[in-house]
Design a protein. Structure first.
Length: 366
């Protein structure tokens, strides 16, 4: 039994006890999705449903997004990034901590299926199983059996887990929930990798090797060329010129269809009426033009300052594969540098955007 299975078993037990003892009205967790290697949120008050709860490398959704819309006492399954979103909602008075039982998952990272498909050259339908075992990911291949279904290959493929995690998971600072009532396993250490280093450490590493020019050139060419559908897509914009950044986003936001999936899936986008829906004044035309698409994301990012926990959901939800994390990470890093603030770390701290100190404001305005 691997650690996911152990946590899953304990989750079902703990969730059952919470419902049975009437400590909560609902459980929010994950159940298998209808597509292979996906999960979908499960919100239930029925004990028999708890057998459907799963923990596996595909529980990507940030379930905190449901909290402001639900009443009563709720037990919520929470990875490290989700727990910070929950704390951030508590800071913004959108949720009361007293109404929550946080069931924490010490999170080893989520698997990006597109990276697995790219590395193996296989489509998800050709894989029978993907299992995380420590620092390895074992893929059991399916072989077509003359039209009678798929049988497991006796020789499974093994990949390094660091090659197939989502970019934000590679960069994750706090994989163990910051606040929880029940922790389903042992705390896990932060997994920092080259893909997720802070901008400063990337820059200093580049400079110390004397590779600044070539690295910048490579990033610039990545930014100006067509991006591949999979693989690392977060761009370090501080190595690009302003004109290059402008050109890059102009091109990317031409593809935005303004579906608002990125907004709707984000736990920090909790306004009942979003500025994009205002008609007096009207901030944006409803037709998706690149200028207004960009403006939507810029304003959204300003509203997210001190709230975004880098859960990666906005980028994952984008049907046009726009690299939104490159924008959200820039804001995340700026908030850290300018205000020494990280979202969702302390439920008793005031939210960044509602807290004013004269000295810092003067510095900013000058
Ligand atoms: S960002 Fe961290 S806590 Fe969130 S899913 Fe990835 S590894 Fe887990
Ligand atoms: S999810 Fe993508 S396409 Fe939809 S509004 Fe956001 S950026 Fe645009
Ligand atoms: S902006 Fe994106 S990464 Fe940040 S909290 Fe919202 S969904 Fe998560």
């Amino acid at each position: 039994m691997n650690s996911d299975s152990r946590m899953q078993q304990r989750l079902r037990h703990e969730a059952g006890a919470l419902l049975e003892q009437d400590k909560v009205d609902r459980i929010i967790g994950f159940e298998p999705g209808s597509l292979k290697f996906t999960t979908t949120p499960l919100i239930t008050k029925i004990k028999d449903d708890l057998d459907r709860l799963v923990i596996n490398p595909f529980i990507v959704n940030n379930l905190a997004v449901f909290l402001p819309g639900l009443k009563g006492r709720i037990a919520i399954v929470s990875k490290g990034c989700d727990s910070r979103s929950i704390v951030s909602l508590i800071q913004d008075n959108k949720v009361s901590r007293d109404d929550l039982v946080i069931i924490g998952i010490p999170c080893p990272g989520m698997i990006d299926l597109r990276k697995v498909e790219k590395l193996t050259g296989k489509d998800r339908d050709e894989m029978d199983d993907i299992i995380r075992e420590g620092d390895k990911v074992v893929i059991r291949e399916g072989i077509r059996d003359e039209g009678y279904g798929i049988t497991p290959d006796p020789y499974p493929l093994t990949l390094e887990v660091s090659d197939v995690l989502f970019d934000n998971c590679l960069a994750c600072e706090f994989p163990t929930p910051q606040d929880y009532d029940i922790l389903l396993g042992e705390p896990v250490a932060s997994r920092q990798s080259a893909a997720g280093e802070s901008v400063e450490s990337q820059e200093s590493r580049v400079e110390s090797r004397g590779e600044g020019d070539s690295r910048a050139k490579r990033l610039q060419s990545e930014a100006s060329s067509e991006r591949s559908v999979s693989g690392l897509q977060t761009i370090n914009y501080r190595l690009l010129t302003r004109q290059q950044r402008w050109g890059f986003w102009r091109k990317e936001f031409r593809r935005c269809i303004r579906c608002y999936a990125c907004r709707n899936i984000c736990p920090s986008c909790f306004c009942k009426r979003c500025f994009v829906e205002e008609s007096e004044p009207q901030w944006l035309m409803p037709v998706p033009r690149w200028q207004e698409n960009l403006m939507f994301q810029v304003i959204r990012n300003i509203h997210l300052a001190g709230r975004c926990t880098d859960c990666g959901e906005c980028e994952r939800s984008c049907p046009m594969n726009i690299p939104l994390r490159s924008l959200t990470m820039e804001m995340y890093n700026l908030v850290g540098e300018l205000f020494n603030f990280k979202a969702g770390m302390d439920k008793d701290a005031p939210p960044l955007m509602t807290h004013y100190e004269q000295e810092e404001a003067e510095d900013l305005i000058r």
